[in-house]
Design a protein around this ligand. Structure first.
Ligand SMILES: Cc1cc2nc3c(=O)[nH]c(=O)nc-3n(C[C@H](O)[C@H](O)[C@H](O)COP(=O)(O)OP(=O)(O)OC[C@H]3O[C@@H](n4cnc5c(N)ncnc54)[C@H](O)[C@@H]3O)c2cc1C
Length: 458
């Protein structure tokens, strides 16, 4: 990057997580487009604080950085396995879902092959100077035509906890970075999603270092599984994303609420493992660990007394409060999108709607410098694109749309694929162009002549 102060780029990417890594990988064949990407961390790491040995990814490994956009890309998960000479072993091992640690290795492997990624480079600010975009990182100024914002989500914490954050009170994203020693301690875990379940499983894994007391609290009415049923998976397709994008805002908000468990529930096999582990502890190991699973409870207050954390928990049905005393408080309370602080100098030029970007069809946002200077928002459009936006499922497709927008032509196909559900008006079919022609008579049937119950069938 020497002399980068004078360099003009076509695109600067901020943050190198899976979102921008996918974009960088799919841009790699287009050498004419000058791009570079910055991350504040020393090297690529995928959520290191939650990289438990047993943790699995919640989607097919084919939903990697590139395959769904270009199955011939050299940056696919299969290419990684081939390069590492473990393809046969991988097939024979027959993992139903791959481990997150292996996906992290894959992401690291892709990152190591892209020379335009720069680590230990926090972006401090983005400014508008001399009619152009300027990115400031480590005292350096870099001019760019377009930007790709891929700096991820921010850990979410209940308000009463924020003043108390310390080595024994923290968000789950820090779990493995904290050197937690649960043995013979009292631990309170808050949050009934996947991270909460993973942390509880971790705390109960080692029979020689079990907590003395373990409380697992969630506002949810039970420890609900993730909805991985075939039609729930339809929400994670380009067709649904495009349909959702065209809906009115108030309907989108309602749907995101309804679809929560399709993205934020607990993997069914993790729930089963937990259930079995509790059985083992109670009847086979007769352990001393006293645990309480507490759904339908909300945290109200936190205070410190002596060496104890005293937490007031309210039963959401009876509204009765109880106090729990613990040594560790671990908050598995999710993530949310907030306007990145590095955008502050640009905020008077950016259009926000309820604190969110207004995102266009190509993932660029509404702002005064457009269209000559586009700012693309990756993993920042749940309000516009639905529950799939923070997920890996549409990563490659979203990157394809951004590459096409940058190149001004369709270099990656973003055609909507055939789907079994009619999200659109009755009678409109989601068929690929070719199949649509073959079945022309079916597609052209006037909608009202089809029996309503068959309207969704191909
Ligand atoms: C533990 C965990 C497991 C998940 N597992 C799955 C899964 O199995 N399947 C699935 O579909 N989804 C999963 N997700 C959801 C989603 O796929 C991931 O969160 C994914 O990492 C999102 O990628 P991202 O690039 O948008 O953000 P991130 O991965 O958060 O990356 C953002 C990057 O931006 C950098 N950054 C931030 N600010 C700056 C700055 N100012 N300057 C420079 N760099 C900056 C950060 O250091 C970070 O590297 C998981 C999420 C979590 C938390």
């Amino acid at each position: 990057l020497s002399g980068a102060g004078k360099t003009n780029y076509d695109l600067v990417g901020i943050g190198i997580g899976p979102s921008n890594l996918s974009l960088a990988a799919l841009l790699e064949p287009f050498k004419g487009l000058r791009s570079c990407f910055f991350d504040r961390t020393r090297e690529f790491k995928w959520h290191p604080g939650l990289l438990f040995r047993e943790a699995e990814i919640q989607v097919s490994h084919l939903k990697d950085l590139v395959t769904l956009a270009d199955p011939t890309s050299r940056f696919s998960f299969l290419s990684f396995l081939h390069d590492k000479k473990r393809l046969y072993r991988f097939i024979h091992a027959g993992f139903p879902r791959i481990r997150r640690s292996e996906f992290d290795q894959y992401l690291h492997w892709v990152a190591s092959q892209l020379p335009n990624l720069h680590f230990s480079r926090p972006v401090d600010a983005v400014c508008w100077e001399d009619d152009g975009l300027v990115v400031r990182t480590g005292g350096e100024k870099i001019r760019t035509r377009h930007l790709a914002l891929g700096s991820g989500l921010t850990p979410l914490l209940p308000a009463p906890v924020r003043p108390h954050l310390c080595d024994t009170v923290f968000h789950s994203s820090d779990y493995l970075l904290r050197n937690v020693k649960p043995g013979n301690r009292r631990v309170l875990v808050v949050g009934g999603g996947q991270s909460g379940a993973e942390v509880v499983a971790q705390l109960l894994a080692d029979s020689t270092a079990l907590p003395r007391e373990l409380y697992w609290v969630t506002r949810r009415s039970n420890f609900h599984p993730m909805d991985e049923s075939p039609f729930a998976n339809e929400l994670f397709t380009p067709t649904y994303s495009e349909y959702f994008f065209r809906l009115p805002q108030h309907i989108r908000e309602k749907l995101v609420g309804e679809q929560k468990l399709a993205s934020d529930g607990i993997s069914a096999n993790l729930l089963q493992n937990l259930c079995q582990r509790l059985y083992e502890l109670d009847f086979l190991e007769r352990s001393h660990c006293r645990y309480q699973l507490l759904p339908g409870r909300e945290l109200c207050r936190v205070r410190q007394e002596g060496g104890d954390w005293c937490v007031e928990i309210q039963d959401m049905l009876s509204e009765r409060c109880t106090e729990i005393r613990a040594d560790y408080l671990i908050f598995c309370t999710g993530y949310s999108w907030v306007v990145p602080s590095y955008l502050e100098p640009l905020l008077d030029r950016i259009e926000l709607d309820g604190g969110q970007f207004r995102v266009h069809e190509d993932y660029s946002i509404s702002w005064q410098g457009a269209p000559e200077h586009r700012i693309y928002a990756l993993n920042a459009a749940r309000n516009a694109r639905g529950v799939a936006d923070p997920n890996l499922s549409l990563l490659a497709w979203r990157s394809s749309k951004i590459v096409n927008s940058l190149m001004g032509r369709e270099v990656y196909s973003v055609d909507e694929a055939a789907v079994p559900v009619s999200w659109n008006e009755i009678g409109e079919k989601n068929l690929p162009a070719e199949q649509g022609r073959l079945l022309g008579n079916l597609v052209e049937d006037p909608p009202l002549r089809q029996p309503a119950s068959r309207a969704g069938l191909r």
